[in-house]
Design a protein. Sequence first.
Length: 191
Amino acid sequence: MSVKRFLTISTAILAVMNASAVMAEGLYFGAYAGLAAQEDLDLDIPSTSDNGFVLGAVIGTDLTENLRIEGELSFETSEGQYEGKGGSTDFDVSTLSLLGNAWVDFDTGTGLQPYVGGGVGVARVAVDDGISDDSDTGFAYQVGFGARFGQSGEFDLGYRYRGVSAEIDGFTSDEIDYNSHMLQFRWTGRF
């Protein structure tokens, strides 16, 4: 996927999110950080992936008491190793994602509010081993669950499973699936 196509899709997702936010009350913003456990990449050579971290920001709105939508921008990074003829080589993997999410909240009548949902969008995956580097933009999705807590749900502890399909030509002859499990802590504020 070209940069032009990435920007077009990104702009469309943000435009939909912005239009929804203007029409509804309850506009919020947030930032999060967390741990990311990447599944091993399916390269042409044997490889393993280490744990990394994820940072992100969201802007969203409550469409109903139990349904909210948001736009999410995140950066995820990790390291890995592959075995070559000369021994083991380290590589870095980074992902910049833009997703449109929908979350369903469950009112428990307590200060703890479970939720479940997911999102779709685009992500740019880059792999660099110090000798060669390559990147590609592809389809991204995530599913997740968690719980919001605090006086008005301003804190959030959640799990996400995120998948990205990208073609990293310098490291594989096929499209790779870059999948990760994330545990993240988020703070949310209201406008």
